[in-house]
Design a protein around this ligand. Structure first.
Ligand code: SAM
Length: 351
């Protein structure tokens, strides 16, 4: 039954809610291998052997939010807070550019110091300094006018994981000031402005059931994002979820494979969290259908302060050796790192 559903997903790129539950709960090591084989074929047809790299710059760990799972939540007083200056951020880009990065991702907490004016100035200076590069923002929820201003200043893409598409589940992971509905409204807004948009969720977050994952797949199908970021939930010692169990590598890989079949042309990162729960986790992600990796370009002395969860992988690719190592790892999967912006491209049969 599971293989039949995988075949149906491969053919039709969609399943019903009840079928999603069955295909997830019915997985075995054998059906997972079957799925990954198809996912690699589908990826190959759209993107060939190319794996895209994104230079991640974690530019502020100040955050006004208090998400129960996140290590940089406002209430965590153990965090050494920092924000990078514009010059420091441009230095990160310069270093990354020399290594072959053509996409930079500015990620941070929701930090009020970075007003729209400051963000616009930062975006303009990055785009002026690196005109052949794409710029991705991942700075949480803002209003329409802010998103518009960042886009007009040159930002190309925006990552905003929906975290979980179920309102009830969302309310168990976040304080009442945040809602699934608002998060989703932001994603629609970003899409309508013209960004390449990334949504996504944690696998194995506290209280998650298979039906929530099924709902996530239905939501993503409807949204039609250009990118989807998923990774296992990993507890952080200074959060309310310190004692919760981590999400599994195995289920995360399986979800990656399913995503590749549902959205053949999606840009799908093998995330840092995947590499953090198991050495070689990101390579397994690529073998399951992922085609993006996001090495860290942040200054070394701040890495430990951007600790979203315990034991976060913090070797970057800021050095030539770091990138050579990553390159070797990617080649072991039969793929290769591409030096280009790595924009989304539509599936050949949908052009
Ligand atoms: N503040 C921005 C936002 O809300 O989108 C971007 C930064 S936020 C820290 C980036 C992502 O980290 C979140 O979307 C969440 O999925 C992930 N994350 C946070 N805590 C995590 C944890 N304990 N385990 C796994 N992923 C986590």
């Amino acid at each position: 039954d599971t293989e039949t559903l995988i075949d149906k997903l491969h053919r039709e790129r969609a399943l019903s809610g009840e079928e999603w539950v069955r295909v997830i709960d019915g997985r075995t090591p054998e059906t997972a291998e079957y799925l990954f084989g198809l996912a690699r074929q589908v990826r190959q047809a759209v993107y060939g052997k190319d794996v895209y790299i994104r230079g991640l710059i974690e530019f502020t760990n100040y955050c006004r939010n208090d998400c129960y799972y996140c290590g940089i939540r406002k209430s965590n007083s153990h965090v050494q807070r920092y924000r990078l200056s514009q010059d420091q951020i441009l230095d990160c880009c310069r270093q990354g550019y020399e290594l072959g990065f053509r996409t930079f991702v500015l990620q941070g907490g929701e930090d009020g110091w970075f007003t729209d004016e400051r963000m616009v100035c930062l975006i303009r200076s990055i785009k002026a300094g690196f005109p052949d590069c794409a710029l991705t923002l991942s700075i949480g929820e803002r209003g329409h006018d802010s998103y518009r201003a960042f886009f007009d200043a040159g930002a190309d893409r925006y990552l905003l994981r929906h975290e979980t598409s179920s309102s009830d589940h969302y309310a168990k992971l976040h304080p009442p000031s945040l809602s699934a509905a608002h998060r989703k409204a932001c994603l629609l807004d970003l899409k309508s402005i013209g960004y390449q948009v990334g949504a996504g969720f944690m696998v194995g977050s506290p209280f998650q059931e298979t039906r929530h994952l099924a709902q996530d797949m239905l939501f993503l199908k409807e949204l039609g994002p250009h990118m989807v970021g998923i990774g296992p939930f990993i507890p952080h010692r200074d959060t309310p979820f310190a004692g919760e169990e981590a999400g599994s590598l195995e289920l995360t890989l399986y979800m990656l494979g399913l995503l590749r079949l549902m959205l053949p042309d999606v840009l799908l990162p093998a995330t840092t969290a995947l590499g953090s729960i198991r050495d070689g986790g990101r390579e397994l992600g690529i073998l399951a259908g992922a085609n993006v990796v996001m090495p860290n370009l942040s200054p070394r002395d701040h890495r430990k302060d951007y600790s979203l969860y315990d034991n976060k992988l913090n070797t970057g690719a800021e050095s030539a050796e770091g990138l050579a190592d990553l390159s070797r790892r990617v080649e072991q999967t039969g793929c290769r790192i591409a030096v280009c912006r790595g924009d989304w491209r539509p599936c050949p049969d949908q052009e």
